[in-house]
Design a binder for this molecule. Structure first.
Ligand code: FE2
Length: 255
């Protein structure tokens, strides 16, 4: 496979993912540029960790695309740990592109739409409000699957085994909300809209009793795993669009 101009890929990603339009605390887009003008190998990862950067360097990646970057809304000190990440990027002359919320909510390769498509359910509409952004996705469970147990089986077979299932609501499920990552802050919205189920990545302590008292079913997939979906689909998409190979890199945090 050949090489493609980096600028062409970056311009395409900016438009396709609506990088400038979607307000996000994460600094998205090409956050670290490199001197090479062409890309022959793309890396995709959930996190811009040192492990991911090292692995990408070993695999000859020119452009690394991640979901979780470095900059989260405020200036940051380049302490030693961050300096190491940047040094590896510079030494490898590798560029880093970040797509956080734009990749969560994208209607083809997003973490939410992508997972619902893999599961074979019907995506209905964006759902929930997170600083003005609908970060979740309302879906309808396919006919023939009606209980929480059946749903957990489908998810285990087609996506990955859930880390936890809070069976607090009714047994029969019809409509649910899917939101990758750490998304339980919209739990009350899910319940208020009468959904039977909320599927998300990770939780924190207080949400357990909240969900129980709301009688809301919650399936927890793990933050990391739920956010491997979008970058993989984006890698596939870029391979088809530009004919460039991609590799998935990085460490499964198990969280
Ligand atoms: Fe995340």
């Amino acid at each position: 496979m050949g090489k493609v101009r980096k600028r062409e890929i970056v311009d395409y990603l900016n438009a396709y993912l609506r990088i400038k339009e979607i307000r996000d605390i994460s600094l998205n887009g090409l956050v670290v540029d490199n001197e090479r003008e062409t890309v022959g190998m793309i890396g995709v990862a959930t996190d811009a960790s040192l492990d991911a950067i090292k692995e990408a360097k070993d695999k000859g990646v020119d452009l690394l695309i991640v979901h979780h970057g470095f900059y989260w809304g405020s200036p940051l000190y380049i302490d030693l740990w961050l300096r190491k990440r940047l040094k590896y990027l510079f030494d490898a002359d590798m560029a880093l592109y970040v797509a956080h919320l734009p990749l969560d909510i994208h209607n083809e390769v997003g973490n939410n739409y992508g997972a619902i498509k893999i599961l074979g359910f019907d995506a209905i509409e964006p759902f929930g409000d997170y600083h003005g952004i609908p970060i979740g996705l309302k879906f309808k469970v396919k006919d023939g699957i009606s209980t929480i147990g059946e749903l957990v089986n489908i998810i285990s077979q087609r996506l990955f085994k859930p880390k936890d299932v809070w069976h607090f609501g009714r047994e029969e499920v019809d409509f649910g909300v899917y939101c990758s990552g750490g998304c339980l802050s919209i739990l009350d919205q899910v319940k208020r809209e009468g959904m039977d189920l909320f599927i998300t990545g990770e939780t924190s302590h207080a949400y357990y009793t909240n969900a129980k008292d709301m009688e809301c079913n919650v399936i927890l997939l793990g933050h990391y795993r739920s956010e491997t979906v979008g970058v993989r689909l984006l890698g596939e998409h870029l391979k088809e669009k530009f004919g460039i190979e991609y590799v998935f890199v990085g460490e499964d945090t198990g969280l």
